[in-house]
Design a protein around this ligand. Structure first.
Ligand SMILES: NC(=O)c1ccc[n+]([C@@H]2O[C@H](COP(=O)([O-])OP(=O)(O)OC[C@H]3O[C@@H](n4cnc5c(N)ncnc54)[C@H](OP(=O)(O)O)[C@@H]3O)[C@@H](O)[C@H]2O)c1
Length: 176
């Protein structure tokens, strides 16, 4: 499972109002080719309820058509045109197993947020961390990966520097 995400320089993925204006202000053009390469390898999607709320609030068409999407939530899900949503409560291990099986040879993208990704990391299910660090500090907000099970070591596999000052860092879990 891969957590592909953008964060501020000080480790937040959303501001303290769940906003992403600080990220969206950079535009998407610089990241398009990198995103397209990543997305071509994705076979299933996982996210938390707050991230789903953010995506639906935008009013944009569903961005992941044809991809089975597991949503960790305690609430009923909205019906979204073109989305294949599968709600699961309190069982991230089941989500990991089902999403991996559905993805086959392709990757499971943990879209976020941090609260959701951290549960997979604590279970040992997060294989890769692909973080684009934006050149902005926020001071407070939603954290990248608020794990509770102690430190996790990661091995740097590669990086890409963008002209706008952002840096994509690609890590895999260090198992030894
Ligand atoms: N910068 C980026 O690239 C990026 C990427 C993704 C998200 N984001 C932003 O991050 C923010 C959300 O992040 P977040 O970490 O606060 O929230 P999140 O992980 O998206 O969602 C958390 C919510 O999911 C539900 N949930 C989580 N684990 C669960 C479980 N085991 N069982 C049942 N329900 C569970 C709960 O909602 P209920 O109990 O209410 O159902 C919980 O409040 C949003 O603003 C989003 O836009 C940013």
């Amino acid at each position: 499972m891969q957590y592909y995400v953008a964060q501020s320089l000080d480790g937040y993925i959303a501001d303290d109002r769940d906003g992403l204006d600080w990220l969206l202000s950079f535009g998407f053009e610089a990241f398009q080719a990198s995103y397209d390469r990543f997305f071509a390898g994705v076979g299933a999607i996982v996210m938390g309820a707050a991230t789903l709320r953010f995506l639906t609030a935008s009013g944009e068409p569903w961005p992941y058509p044809d991809l089975p999407t597991w949503v960790l939530t305690h609430r009923p899900l909205p019906v979204i045109e073109g989305a294949d949503l599968r709600p699961v409560a309190d069982d991230p291990a089941r989500v990991a197993a089902e999403a991996r099986a559905a993805a086959g040879d392709r990757a499971v993208w943990v879209v976020g947020g941090g609260a959701t990704a951290a549960q997979f990391a604590d279970l040992g299910e997060l294989d890769e961390l692909l973080v684009t660090v934006m050149p902005v500090t926020l001071g407070r907000g939603a954290r990248l990966l608020p794990t509770t099970g102690g430190p996790l070591a990661w091995r740097l596999e590669g990086s890409t520097v963008f002209e706008n000052g952002a840096v994509e860092l690609r890590y895999s879990r260090a198992t030894d």
